[in-house]
Design a protein around this ligand. Sequence first.
Ligand code: SF4
Length: 220
Amino acid sequence: VDPGALVLPGAPPAARPPALDGSGETLAAIRADLGDCTRCKLCAGRKNIVFGTGNPTAPLLFVGEGPGAEEDVQGEPFVGAAGQLLNRMIAAMGFARQDVYIANVVKCRPPGNRNPEPDEIAVCSPFLLRQVGSVRPKVIVTLGKFAAQTLLATEAPVGTLRGRLHPFVVAGESISLMPTYHPAYLLRTPSMKKVVWEDLQVVMAELAKLGVQAPSPPGP
Ligand code: SF4
């Protein structure tokens, strides 16, 4: 039933409720709806909500896990050591950081960098889905297990999900999603960079197939 059609005769016109998938919403409207969020217990220890950053119509969208200490202070995702590596990965694909959009599954730092818990992911991830629906990227790259498992609704490990594109439906559109390892893991296990580069090459081929040209010639 179209909720916009449920208007009683004589009632004043009501504002149409926002779509739950982000379609037609601006990122600013989603951020305003998030407000000074206290919807889950992660609000207690945060310094800043880390909403997301980048091009609001980016063809390529990265999703990480949650803010770390540096991100919590600066209010921006992927600004620490893992962020520097992500920037290099993005550059190797021929893009600049401002060309893509970057967000996380949870927007407040889990204490002591612990993993986000299921109740926190359940409450926060609808905002991520609305961001994805607003940006409508051509391809999504998930970084680490929480992003992949949340968006693909699976408990499978990254090792079995990575290497191929998965369909992810948002706002009635199927978007190609590539799960790969988190840059923080790559900092601890540099030998896996080669595997991630293979995943990113699949993403670049998909973008080219969809008519998206990287601004700079890509290369490792
Ligand atoms: S993690 Fe998300 S749901 Fe929880 S307080 Fe922060 S913004 Fe709100």
